[in-house]
Structure formats: structure tokens, C-alpha cells
Ligand binder design. Structure first.
Ligand SMILES: [Fe+2]
Length: 173
């Protein structure tokens, strides 16, 4: 008997580009963003060339800032209705504010200094924690409560804010 055509059983965040209906949704989009951040942090840690460090950091700055603003404007307002009174919604905004502050501080530092390296590591730790919270509890709760169509539409809104912010940051530089 032929096996039913199946999907791969486990899809890692990095590879997750499609939902069960075959269309990417907001979770796929955000997970891909998180993965990009992880790669940039890794690259920052493995380079010693000042020019390269600066380039990786500029990309991290743009990615993380635009990601955070897109979540704040388009994603959290929807997400917060599924988070109970644990204060997690407020916590997300606080964590983003701290990350953005740290990015601004790092931006002024010499990329080859110990201080730069130390603060990049602090930021990486904070983002890792933030990603775990989002991809774990928050996405699961939203997935239970929103339709596939809602999640696809939400991705469009998040993507719009993100590209607007990427363009703004590129213009500022
Ligand atoms: Fe995020």
C-alpha cells in the first residue's frame, strides 16, 4: 500500500516558510526574522575585521529595529488579546525598548572594542530570551485563536511596517 503523501514531520523555524495551507503566515515571517537575527549575531562573533563588523552591525541594527517596530505596530496589538493578565504584553514592549536602547549604545562604540563585544552579547542574550517567549507561548496561543486567513493577513501588515522601517533606516544612515 502506498504511503500517503506527507509533509515533513518536524519543520525547524529556519525552514518554516509555509503554513498547513501551504501559504506563509505571520509566524513563518517572524520566525524567519528571528533566524536572520541569530545568524547576524553569530557573524558578529566570528569576525574581527572592523569593516565587516560594522557591516554586520548595520544590518543587525536595521533588521532588529524594523522587526521590533513591526511587531509593536502590527503584531502585538492583535497578540495582546490572547495574553492573559500576566503582564506579558507590557513586558514585550519593555524588552523591545531595552533592545533598541542597547542598539543605539552599541552603534556609538568602536566595533573592535571589548565594550562593543560585551554589549552585543548582552543584546544577543536578551533577544534569545525574547524569541523563546514569543515562539513558545505566544505563537501557540494565537494559533489556537486565529484563523489561517487572519494569520496570513497579519503577515502582510507586519511585512508592510517592516519594509517601511527598513527604508526609513536606510535613508537615515
Ligand atoms: Fe520577535
Amino acid at each position: 500500500m502506498p504511503l500517503p503523501p506527507g509533509k515533513p514531520e518536524a519543520v525547524l523555524p529556519a525552514d518554516a516558510e509555509e503554513s498547513s495551507t501551504g501559504q506563509a503566515n505571520v509566524f513563518d515571517f517572524l520566525k524567519e526574522d528571528h533566524e536572520k537575527l541569530k545568524v547576524l549575531f553569530r557573524e558578529l562573533q566570528h569576525s574581527e575585521d572592523p569593516q565587516q563588523l560594522k557591516q554586520f552591525f548595520d544590518e543587525l541594527y536595521s533588521e532588529l529595529t524594523s522587526h521590533a517596530i513591526a511587531e509593536e505596530e502590527a503584531f502585538y496589538p492583535v497578540a495582546r488579546q490572547f495574553i492573559d493578565s500576566s503582564g506579558q504584553a507590557e513586558q514585550n514592549y519593555v524588552e523591545h525598548a531595552e533592545a533598541k536602547q542597547l542598539l543605539e549604545e552599541i552603534r556609538l562604540l568602536d566595533p573592535t572594542s571589548n565594550e562593543f563585544n560585551g554589549k552585543v552579547r548582552d543584546l544577543e542574550g536578551a533577544i534569545e530570551q525574547h524569541v523563546l517567549e514569543e515562539e513558545g507561548m505566544l505563537f501557540a496561543k494565537m494559533n489556537l485563536n486565529l484563523s489561517e486567513q487572519d494569520l496570513i493577513q497579519l503577515m502582510t501588515q507586519v511585512a508592510q511596517v517592516k519594509s517601511r522601517e527598513r527604508a526609513r533606516i536606510a535613508g537615515v544612515r
